[in-house]
Design a protein. Sequence first.
Length: 262
Amino acid sequence: MSDAAPIRFPDVRPGEPMVVSGTLFQTYERCPEQAAGRLRGVYGPESRASFVGGLAHRVFARHLAAGPIGPDRLPSVCREEIGASMNPKLAALGLKPSQLEAVVGEVGALYERFKTLGADGFEGAEVPLEAEPADGLTLRGKVDAVFSDGPAGTRLVDWKTGGLGEPEAQLGFYALLWALERGEIPGRVEAVSVSSGERYEEVPTRTGVEEVAGRVAAMVDRLREAFERGGSLPRDAGPWCRWCPLLDECDEGRAARAILDA
Ligand code: SF4
């Protein structure tokens, strides 16, 4: 939905150059210290589920760009996509060639569900977005798919190959990034779980987008301040602690996991 006035992005604390993604923002909103860990380069190990999800996303994008992929072609398409950009992840997982067949089978099952979603108004897949709202601060993301809904405006879609989770922060970030880069507020943002069929959608407003801008700016301020003084940030424990690479050194996370495992 077109709204020509630029989005206001608050001033931020000066500091080292920082690149903020939707994943970083979502992580920060759950647990600030885990987000600080990501910026220090502390990531969890590659997982089979994320490899399957990443490959499925490549297949979805190829379908939208070049048309349907028949079951007989899917294995070779998967091999091409792995060869193009996913070999390091494959090596990190230690998957043997014989185990790839099962991976392709899972991707195929997701693809069959994906094909039922429809693609009316499709405009682009894996659309990169970037904005620099302040010196040394880059906001960056890649939207799974962009659709035109006619008078209702542009729709940004994030496909999930697992559960829907809590997509609000990530969708809010995409709406902000689109507004900053394209100069218009998207008509709709939505997350769709290809595996479960769950769907979450929002109609962004200028007030909401600028509120997200304020949260992103506050995050940048707190992270830069923490890096400058050398301290840590709050550790907000929850189900996400299970996959946190800081879990072994985090009392709060270990306590949460003990409750979850009880
Ligand atoms: S284990 Fe949990 S509480 Fe600790 S840093 Fe990670 S996400 Fe935060």
